[in-house]
Design a protein around this ligand. Structure first.
Ligand code: NI
Length: 170
């Protein structure tokens, strides 16, 4: 396992559509381990493969670590099967946007299907923060970022701050 550098906006890889995982084995296990370790090291509640530079359809989520009860969820080739019509607003941030937080409106509940690291399919039903995290992380696999759910004004303010940050870093 290793902590990987987090890719920050506006790097282009965050806009790519990720490839389905076809071989379940050591490599996908290593990717999931790196994702989890990188997420925990950065105190995130979720991390998607493109955020560590890997364009595979894999994400990790742990919305309970903050209460001191880590509960890791690994999703490979995930798909949302159902979204509630009820919507909910909540604060959202992203490790690829350090320091940026905004309110995002999303379906309150989702049901999703995914594979575990051994290639076994399973379903997950979620509400609250877990439902939000699942939607946020799955968006990453299609190159969609949380700023895409904001008003154009808010999006452009964040875009400007992030570009400034990137130009200072380089
Ligand atoms: Ni994110």
């Amino acid at each position: 396992m290793a902590v990987r550098a987090i890719v920050e906006y506006p790097q282009q890889i965050l806009r790519e559509r990720c490839e389905p995982v076809e071989a379940f084995g050591e490599r996908i296990g290593r990717l999931l381990d790196d994702l989890a370790e990188s997420m925990y090291a950065n105190k995130g509640v979720g991390l998607a493969a493109p955020q560590i530079g890997q364009t595979h359809r894999a994400v990790v989520i742990d919305v309970e670590q903050r209460e001191g009860q880590p509960k890791l969820v690994e999703l490979v080739n995930p798909e949302i099967l159902e979204r509630s019509s009820e919507m909910r607003e909540g604060d959202e941030g992203c490790l690829s946007f350090p320091g940026e937080w905004e309110k995002v409106v999303r379906p309150a509940r989702v049901r999703a299907r995914a594979f575990d690291r051994r290639g076994e399919p399973f379903e997950i039903e979620a509400e609250g923060m877990l439902a939000r995290a699942i939607q946020h992380e799955l968006d990453h696999l299609d190159g969609v970022l949380f700023i895409d759910h904001l008003s154009r004004l808010k999006r452009s303010l964040i875009d400007r701050r992030m570009r400034k940050r990137a130009s200072k870093a380089s």
